[in-house]
Design a protein around this ligand. Structure first.
Ligand code: ZN
Length: 383
């Protein structure tokens, strides 16, 4: 199998071959980024017309060998829904919600884990493990089943019960721990070392970003190969935001779109906002957030490994980072349901609350084209 890409370190000069089961840069411990040997062939765009609407329609942009089939449940191809009532209420000209709740397993995590499990299966993984705040555990459980590989999930005891139920439905060995995802990560790494399981934690393997990248490719295609001005994205571990940053830059470089990359805004909860704090203080890296808590369980990531890359992405695109309270994000999720019929996860609600704050501050203008990302299904969070 010929793999037409290399791995480059996100922090130092190291590059490596992608064979086997790569984890993080062995020199400095930072996440790998994927660099393709060739840009997609010029006829790749025309080929899209004949392909189904899953994220693998962009296979020329993806870490896939020419003759290889992905581990897929039909992820991606989610609707980019105009939100006219919310737009009118806010005085905006153009507002869309990219609704990731309709992915297999009910969240955006399907994209990253379809890509990661595809590569790990190709690399010879015999077992998987993951620490999770919720949705990533459900997605990995389903894709691991699809690949016929066993999985152990480490999750906080505070994970919404229905999300835990979904993991068990997909046959995962679910272990609950007191603490947050960082605590679960330590136990998962120990488990991986002892049992020979492959750890697919956020950014501890290179390919979840590549799956998330398709969010950006899809938004561009759904807007007729144009880019929005502003993307507002809820940030826990940060792979989605990093993936879109890479996607928009690659689309511009390949000439598939014109103009400039959208300004990327990261949204967190005031109960756990390490990216916002680092952004506001001008720091290049996040500091661990003490006693993190938020009802938006996907945002309860106190020390994201990808913090420095998220900060680079929002600064390079002239975006920003804002924190909203649990009350504001829950209220906004209800308004998304009431006004537009979208059952948003609390993290999705956070993007609407953030948009309101950004409009108030003048950081987003009312004549700009704005996309909010609802990353998951609200029903998964209700018991
Ligand atoms: Zn390095």
């Amino acid at each position: 199998m010929t793999l037409a890409w290399t791995l480059t370190c996100s922090a130092c000069d190291r590059t490596d071959d992608p064979a086997g089961l790569p984890e993080v840069c062995p020199l400095c411990g930072a996440p790998w980024l994927v660099r393709y040997a060739h840009p997609p062939a010029p006829d790749a765009k025309a080929r899209l017309a004949t392909r189904p609407w899953t994220m693998w329609r962009y296979r020329e942009w993806m870490p896939l060998a020419a003759d290889e089939e992905p581990v897929t449940l039909g992820e991606g191809g989610t609707p980019l829904l105009p939100a006219p009532r919310l737009a009118a209420a806010l005085g905006l000209e153009a507002l869309w919600i990219k609704d990731e709740s309709v992915n297999p397993t009910g969240s955006f995590k399907a994209r990253g884990l379809s890509a990661a499990v595809t590569r790990a299966k190709g690399g010879g993984a015999r077992a998987f493990t993951i620490p999770t705040a919720g949705n990533a555990g459900v997605a990995l459980s389903a894709y691991a089943q699809r690949a016929g590989i066993p999985v152990a999930v480490f999750a906080p005891t505070t994970t919404p019960p229905r999300i835990l139920e979904q993991m068990r439905l997909f046959g995962a060995n679910v272990q609950l721990l007191d603490g947050h995802i960082g605590d679960c990560g330590k136990v998962a790494r120990q488990y991986a070392a002892e049992r020979g399981a492959f750890d697919v934690s956020t950014l501890r393997e290179p390919y979840r970003i590549e799956g998330k990248k398709t969010l950006g490719l899809e938004v561009a295609e759904q807007l007729g190969w144009t880019l929005p001005d502003v993307c507002i994205y809820p940030t826990g571990g940060g792979t989605g935001l990093i993936g879109m940053w890479i996607a928009f830059a690659a689309l511009l470089e390949a000439g598939w779109v014109a103009g400039r990359a959208p300004r990327l805004f990261s949204v967190q909860s005031t109960g756990c906002a390490p990216v916002v704090r680092a952004f506001e203080s001008g720091s290049a890296r996040t500091e661990p957030w003490p006693d993190p808590w938020t009802v938006a369980s996907g945002l309860r990531v106190p020390g994201p490994l990808g913090g420095p890359i998220v900060l680079r992405a929002i600064r390079e695109t002239s975006g920003g980072a804002v924190a909203v309270s649990d009350e504001a994000l829950s209220d906004a999720a209800q308004r998304m349901a009431g006004a537009e019929g979208i059952d948003a996860a609390p993290e999705g609600g956070a993007t609407l609350a953030a948009l309101e704050l950004l409009l108030e501050r003048g950081a987003v203008r009312r004549d700009e084209r704005v996309v909010l990302f609802n990353t998951g299904a609200g029903w998964l969070y209700r018991s």
